[in-house]
Design a binder for this molecule. Structure first.
Ligand code: SAM
Length: 385
């Protein structure tokens, strides 16, 4: 069967590689989505193992419709009693770009009517809509007159891994963090440092990757668990396999933040995953006053992108980051994501790569700054842009 895994803009290639690794076939890359072939087991496995997927969808039907009536008729052709009973709740998420269906809300109401009318007729009772926490999440996609109906097998977004009980200042989305680690092509052996770790997302994602811990290992609920054809036996086996897949690792992972409370928060988040206990060295440190912990390594971080505190000068703050990297972190490969594109320029280091990404709704850039050892290379790469 066909499956669709959605992701964030810029992470498509990373996700496609992950899908291949877990056994997906006929992989096709689209804008923020990957289509592939698999079976029920692979659908569950995708939810458990894909670090860069936001959700995994199961297409039910694809058709054209040129009016709301036609949409209603075609949705009624799906045998809904295979997916929902009167006791279950459901929701419809519309994604509509169409001159035929100008109001996504009306289009989704038509789909809802088609579903409840069919079930009421067949069973005498209709299921209720629940937008907060439905048993079955349905997606309606319309592009002009091309419609598709999909079931969301993930339920809540997969970035909700379950470890970030404690937030920090502007925490980064877990899927984005995993995607950035993927984009950096970190080999999993080189020491890893996030010197401004906030709630610890980058180091936690790094530790899970290096120890081969499934990103969904502690999450308790997935959408497919409320489906009528849920195969608990398959899911339990996958979980069991995931527990056995965990590896030990000697790779050093360092997480620093200048705030004592924040570093404590990050530590508590990491502690919620048994499988990464002891993998990360947390320490309260001011980046500008600290030394690199190892001769070489990789830095992945997202510094504050606006400063509401003291200095009140974000440009100077980034200039200071650039100087610190230049003078104290030679031998490292730095990857910095920020939504403050002007401030990024003040780092004063020539990026080897600039990758456009979105951090929540904010247009951002991920820059790769190799901080080579040796005077010639260092000079070449640290010239002002
Ligand atoms: C945008 S947040 C990082 C969010 C983090 N990636 C997460 O997922 O939670 C930036 C962090 O930088 C920290 N920070 C600011 N100035 C710092 C400094 N001089 N040294 C170390 N950390 C600093 C802040 O305390 C804050 O936690």
């Amino acid at each position: 069967m066909k499956l669709v895994a959605r992701t964030l803009a810029g992470l498509e290639e990373v996700l496609a590689k992950e899908i291949e690794e877990i056994g997906g076939t006929d992989i096709e890359i689209f804008n923020r989505a990957i289509e592939y072939q698999g079976d029920v087991r692979l659908m569950y496995k995708s939810n458990l193992w894909l670090r860069t997927a936001i959700d995994v969808l199961l297409p039910l039907s694809k058709f054209t419709a040129n009016s709301e009536e036609e949409l209603y008729e075609k949705v009624q052709k799906i045998n809904w009693s295979n997916y929902i009973t009167s006791e279950k709740t459901f929701s419809i998420t519309p994604i509509v770009h169409s001159s035929v269906f100008t109001h996504s809300h009306y289009a989704s109401l038509k789909v809802k009517d088609a579903i409840v009318d069919q079930l009421r007729e067949k069973k005498g009772r209709r299921p209720n809509v629940n937008t907060e926490n439905p048993d079955v999440k349905i997606m309606l996609r319309i592009s002009e007159n091309k419609c598709s109906i999909l079931l969301n097998s993930s339920g809540q977004s997969l970035f909700k891994r379950g470890y970030r009980t404690y937030g920090g200042e502007a925490p980064i989305n877990e899927v984005l963090a995993a995607g950035i680690i993927g984009l950096s092509e970190w080999d999993g052996k080189t020491p890893f440092v996030d010197p401004m770790c906030g709630s610890g997302t980058f180091p936690i994602e790094a530790a899970m990757k290096v120890r081969n811990v499934a990103p969904g290992i502690i999450r308790e609920e997935f959408g497919f668990m409320s489906w009528l054809d849920y195969r608990e036996d398959i899911w339990e086996l996958l979980q069991y396999e995931a527990k056995f897949a965990v590896k030990s690792s000697k790779t050093k992972i360092f997480a620093y933040d200048k705030s004592r409370q924040t570093i404590r928060t990050a530590e508590m988040n990491a502690d919620s995953i048994e499988e990464i206990k002891g993998a990360i060295d947390f320490e309260m440190k001011d980046f500008f006053k600290s030394e690199k912990p190892t001769e070489d390594g990789i830095i992945i971080t997202n510094p504050p992108y606006e400063i509401r505190i003291k200095t009140n000068n974000i440009e100077m703050f980034y200039e200071l980051i650039g100087n610190t990297l230049k003078h104290k972190w030679t031998g490292y490969d730095a990857w910095i994501i920020s939504s403050n594109l002007d401030a990024l320029k003040r780092l004063g280091l020539r990026p080897k790569k600039k990758i456009p990404l979105f951090n929540a709704q904010l247009e951002s850039k991920l820059v790769h700054l190799p901080l080579y050892m040796g005077s010639k290379k260092a000079k070449k790469n640290t010239e002002e842009e």
